[in-house]
Ligand binder design. Structure first.
Ligand code: NOJ
Length: 565
């Protein structure tokens, strides 16, 4: 019999320094499977990320958020975790992760790992034990096993609809082959929901947090953070649930979980942070997750979901800043992630809002327009107060790829019965160099095909090509992040709106002014001393439509930095 490897106490370097780093941070999201493939098997890996750390340092990011890198059957791109304390063998080993975290820290880049507390993989030992143990066994109490309704228990316990469409219960088979209990999964059947009323579930996650903090990670991104607690009486979803009364979403009891997690994070030096994936439409209830003893920040999906429209965006900015102010948390600014349509594509569509339910194949897209707007949005979001998220490839202006149906892998596509193209289109492997696939994603001449095919026309979008082009999206991002880091009034703090023409968003951050023109005509710029950066060439002295400029203005003598924190 082989003995399990003894877990040695990590001697990992730990983050230290600025305890407020997260209030202004630029956080780059790495979708490991698609970032860089060092061993040429067609799948990205941690060794690939390590090789590319200098690229991220040159881009100017403060932290990397890694989407789940754990052993997983990848039924939902790794959000079906089989072991929270190890690395998927296709991505590398735990040692690779430790080396990566340490290498990144040496370059001044912190690591954020993705924690998935709402559900586990159906391959997780707990779930296998629960299935094997049979109805009534204590092993089942860590999940939501329940007898069905109706004759012979043939009907699901509730009619709740999955976040991925379709049913949320799957029937099990008893050890003797007869139909058994049902179990709950808000996502796919391969992602059984945990029962957060069970002490094992709480203890296990607290331990997982410590496991990664001990290895020097600076924060955790909390998946589906509002869904953990369910109403144990299993009622149907009322037509208009009162706040906190939805049977599976945003229940008041969930906050206690994050208070406990915050105490754990705070017990480590170097400001370890909790970042929530909180899809709660009510801004006040969203901000409740950011009270001083809960999470540090959460993704601002309100802004991300809005149309490219000045009044829409201004409404969202005000709404989110006003919601954050009372709890003292900084807002985040997010243009996309591994779940949503890429910005250059979304902003090039007649309907530029984002909603999962609206995704369709063949939506007409003007990529040139979308790219102009995405450039303007990159500067706008980098100028807003708070932290900034950049999803890998957005700094290259990668478009959403419409892949052939037979290559799609995302359960969202299949569960929509083929209507929703799913999320694979924003997960296509990164193009780094060269004229043909794999575009430097894997080693030259020795690579398997990338796990999703890259469009043949991506040569002009590679990092190599964009480094050589001063007008590229990559140059714009690098320059924006350089200025953002150098200017003390950018990042955390407040903003002061300036009077502006219709369709224009203008605000001051200290002596830096952001002007974004969402109207359809060029506009005059306010008096300024210097043009710091523009997302498009000025037309004479005027800012063209769908573009942003950053200006240095003379500080107003009467104001002693009223917009400073
Ligand atoms: C949110 C993640 O971002 C998404 O990719 C995943 O499918 C769901 N949560 C379920 O874990």
């Amino acid at each position: 019999m082989t003995m399990p490897a003894v877990e040695t106490a990590p001697d990992a370097p730990q983050p230290h320094g600025d305890d407020l780093w997260w209030r202004s941070a630029v956080i780059y999201q790495v979708y490991v499977r698609s970032f860089a493939d060092a061993n040429g098997d067609g799948t990205g890996d941690l060794a690939g990320v390590r090789e590319r750390l200098p690229y991220l340092a040159a881009l100017g990011v403060d932290a990397i958020w890694f989407t789940p890198w754990y052993p997983s059957p990848l039924a939902d791109g790794g959000y079906d975790v089989a072991d929270y304390r190890d690395i998927h063998p296709a991505f590398g080993t735990l040692r690779d992760a430790e080396l990566l975290i340490a290498d990144a820290l040496r370059l001044g880049i912190r690591t954020i790992v993705d924690i998935v507390p709402n559900h586990v993989s159906s391959e997780h030992p707990w779930f296998r034990e629960a299935l094997a143990a049979g109805p009534g066994a204590p092993e089942r109490e860590r999940f939501w096993f329940h007898p069905g309704k109706g004759a012979g228990g043939a009907e699901m316990p509730t009619g709740w609809v999955s976040n991925f469409q379709g049913e949320t219960w799957t029937r099990t088979e008893n050890p003797d082959g007869t139909p058994g209990e049902w179990y709950l999964h808000l996502f796919t059947p391969e992602q059984p929901d945990l029962n957060w009323n069970h002490p094992d579930v709480r203890r296990e996650h607290e331990d997982i947090l410590r496991f990664w903090f001990d290895r020097g990670v600076a924060g955790v991104r909390i998946d589906s953070a509002g869904l953990l607690i369910k109403d144990p009486t299993l009622p149907e979803v009322p037509e208009r649930p009162a706040p906190g009364q939805h049977p599976t979403e945003d229940r008041d009891e969930v906050h206690e979980v994050y208070r406990t997690w915050r105490r754990i994070a705070d017990s480590y030096a170097g400001a370890r942070v909790l970042v929530g994936e909180v899809w709660v439409p009510d801004a006040k209830r969203f901000a409740d997750y950011l009270r001083p003893d809960e999470m540090h920040t959460a993704f601002n999906f309100d802004f991300m979901s809005r149309a490219w429209d000045a009044s829409e965006l201004r409404t969202s900015i005000d709404l989110m800043l006003d919601a954050h102010a009372p709890v003292g948390a900084p807002s985040t600014w997010v243009l996309s992630n591994h779940d949503v349509t890429r910005p250059v594509t979304r902003y090039g569509r007649e309907d530029s809002t984002f909603a999962f339910a609206k995704k369709r194949f063949g939506t007409p897209t003007d990529l040139e327009l979308g790219t102009r707007r995405a450039r303007a949005a990159a500067l706008l979001t980098a100028a807003l107060p708070g932290s900034l998220y950049i999803y890998q490839g957005d700094e290259l202006g990668l478009p959403e790829v419409e892949l052939p149906r037979e290559l799609l892998q995302d359960p969202m596509h299949f569960r929509s019965e083929g209507v929703d193209p799913g999320r694979d289109g924003c997960r296509v492997p990164m193009p780094w160099s060269g004229d043909a696939s794999p575009f430097g994603f894997g080693p030259d001449g020795a690579s398997a095909d990338p796990w999703l095919p890259q469009p043949t026309d991506w040569a002009a979008r590679t990092v190599e090509a964009q480094e050589a082009d001063p007008g590229s999206m990559l140059h714009l991002y690098r320059e924006a992040l350089r200025i953002r880091r150098a200017e003390p009034s950018l990042g955390d703090g407040r903003l002061r709106w300036l009077d502006a023409a219709a369709g224009v968003l203008a605000f001051a951050r200290g002596d830096v002014v952001n002007v974004t023109n969402l109207s359809d005509a060029p506009v005059d710029l306010p008096v300024h001393e210097e043009l710091l950066l523009a997302s498009a060439p000025l037309v004479g002295d005027r800012l063209p439509p769908d573009s942003t400029a950053w200006l240095r203005v003379r500080p107003e003598p009467s104001r002693s930095r009223p917009d400073a924190p």
